[in-house]
Design a protein around this ligand. Structure first.
Ligand code: NAP
Ligand code: GDD
Length: 331
């Protein structure tokens, strides 16, 4: 019989890649989606016929109970979150409700209705925050710098506690930034790759950014969902860092994206706006994923320049797709 998996955050970047991966592996795939006035299914349009979507919201316990009961999951992937750090400063209570307490609601559903299932929690390198060592690994202390980071630390420890207190099979993936053309438009890499493509096409002149000196360990999302799956195949529940091991600044990302379209004087096209600067910043993240390599055989292949190229090319391609064909009147 096919194994069954329940994925929360199904419409997001990671949820969409993970559901594709699980389908390829022969799983029966259930995705939790919340009701929106206009459905947000762009990332999963192509697999809609192959998965079962279940209505639910991390704020609503009964909908999570029902989703777990209905999907009879062998594996649960807890990916849903208010995941944008900047928003967490203006919506800290909502972020705590969804990104923190929402995970505990899902753990309660696990405990009551699928205690044999393996559970993956999407923990984050944001938890390391103000780091006191480099690179960061599973033993690095947490010092979150945003309401989002604080909520993720709460969810992380809730997962550890449910594992220890109730003997449930719960694992954390502490993943560093991973990106793709399916990233939300407000995240740095997508904002830059889309902005550069629009400038290249003559549709815009500038991109408005914030702190150019922050450094991130940016990887490619499809490789990181493979790590999530591997973590749940490991017999013993455990916590693993996922990262490329390389850090680059926002400035480097911007310069490389502009270089790819032949623009060297990129400073002319970037403005710095106070509204993009966070009240407290995470300045430097670089991960050490040697445990994931040693125990799970996982190693990311896509390096920084490949990632920037993939994202810029995807934006240029999608702009070309939306342009009217020659001779066809627009409007
Ligand atoms: P994402 O694209 O922002 O997706 C978030 C998902 O959560 C969306 O499907 C969203 O649904 C759903 N969601 C939000 N609020 C919800 C609620 N109240 N009830 C049910 N669903 C809700 O995030 P991602 O990049 O795929 O990341 C997946 C997970 O990994 C998140 O937990 C994120 O915090 C974590 N993480 C991400 C990274 C990264 O670099 N991408 C790194 C470390 C950890 P809608 O479509 O309806 O908004
Ligand atoms: N979004 C954004 N917009 N970020 C900017 C901008 C801007 O205009 N200008 C500079 N930055 C800087 C941010 O201050 C941050 O230091 C860096 O670019 C990356 O920002 P984001 O892409 O928004 O991602 P993040 O690192 O804050 O958070 C992402 O990674 C976490 C893992 O470390 C999210 O995916 C989180 O959900 C995830 O947990």
């Amino acid at each position: 019989m096919a194994r069954s998996a329940l994925v929360t955050g199904a419409t997001g970047q990671d949820g969409s890649y993970l559901m594709e991966l699980l389908l390829k592996k022969g799983y029966e795939v259930y995705g939790l989606v919340r009701r929106l006035s206009v459905p947000n299914i762009g990332n999963i349009q192509h697999i809609l016929e192959d998965v079962t979507l279940l209505d639910g919201d991390l704020i609503d316990q009964s909908s999570l109970n029902a989703a777990v009961r209905e999907s009879h999951p062998d594996e649960i992937y807890s990916l849903a979150a208010q995941s944008f750090v900047a928003t967490s400063f203006v919506q800290p209570v909502l972020t705590g409700e969804i990104t923190g307490l929402g995970v505990v609601r899902l753990l309660e559903a696990l405990r009551a209705y699928a205690p044999e299932a393996r559970f993956y929690q999407a923990s984050s390198s944001e938890m390391f925050g103000r780091v006191d060592r480099e690179p960061q690994d599973e033993t690095t202390p947490f010092h979150p710098r945003s309401p989002y980071g604080v909520a993720k630390v709460y969810a992380y420890w809730a997962c550890v506690n449910y594992r220890e207190a109730h003997g449930l099979s719960i694992s954390n993936g502490i993943l560093f930034n991973h990106e793709s053309a399916r990233r939300g438009l407000e995240f740095l890499t997508r904002k830059v790759s889309q902005g550069v493509a629009r400038i290249h096409a003559g549709l815009a002149k500038t991109i408005s950014l914030g702190n150019l000196d922050a450094k991130r360990d940016w990887g490619y999302a499809p490789e990181f969902v493979d790590l999530m799956w591997r973590i749940l195949q490991h017999k013993e529940p455990d916590d693993f860092v996922g990262a490329t091991g390389e850090a680059h600044s926002v400035r480097e990302f911007v310069a490389e994206a502009f270089r790819l379209v032949g623009i060297s004087n990129w400073e002319k096209h970037v403005t710095i706006d106070e509204k993009n600067i966070r009240p407290s910043e995470v300045y430097n993240l670089r991960g050490d994923a040697s445990k994931a390599k040693r125990v799970l055989g996982w190693e990311p292949k896509t390096r920084f320049k490949d990632l920037v190229r993939i994202m810029v090319e995807a934006e240029i391609g999608s702009l070309e797709d939306t342009r009217p064909a020659k001779g066809v009147p627009s409007g």
